[in-house]
Ligand binder design. Sequence first.
Ligand code: FPP
Length: 233
Amino acid sequence: MTNVLNHLAIIMDGNGRWAKQRGLPRQAGHQKGAEVVIDIAKAAKELGVKFLTLYAFSTENWKRPIEEVNALMNLLRQYLQKDFKELKENDIRIVFIGERNMLAADICERMTALEDETAANKSATLLVALSYGARPEIVRAAQELAQKVKSGEMRLEQIDEKTFSTALDTKDVPDPDVLIRTGGEQRLSNFLLWQLAYAEFFFTDTLWPDFTKEELKTIVEKYQTRERRYGKV
Ligand code: FPP
């Protein structure tokens, strides 16, 4: 029996090294990386993936040099205003996860507008993790549930894995089946710690700007033949 890849999560690493290899500024790597985002989102949809979650900017990324943070934010503005339209036209719903209050007001407005404009799209959902960290997300969920118990809206016994999941940013989204990390490193970097509990991991040395839909297809095929036991024999 082959596994169905319903939800794919990707840590897009290696933009900086891709630029360095070419003697270009790091921003050039992010620029190319953003183009790849559009290609891979369309390719994933064609492969039947219903949910794609991309780690675009972590809470830790705020500590990068201000020039690089600004360049990433301006790139995001450009994509929110223009380049994500292509996904909209491809019937892809766009959702953002992470801490919005850290982002500039104009960016937040465009994010909400894009979510509204694509809310009825049915073919696939792209979740973009922006100013996202899994531990802060888990802490927010714990606080939300504790508040509900405190106010009497919920009983302590009602806190279980299911209710906890619905307090996370990924509420209503099934857990990822597969995690891919490009760029050669083999770590989670605070990405979807709760949600990736049973995911299959794939690491590739390919730098994100060089990642292609052909490589994605190869990984999907490998996943389809992996045995998933979920702790059973
Ligand atoms: C990691 O590469 C990549 C990032 C921190 C940013 C990822 C962002 C994009 C691919 C662009 C997203 C844009 C939109 C519009 C969604 P790195 O800079 O850590 O690379 P390095 O490890 O080689 O230095």
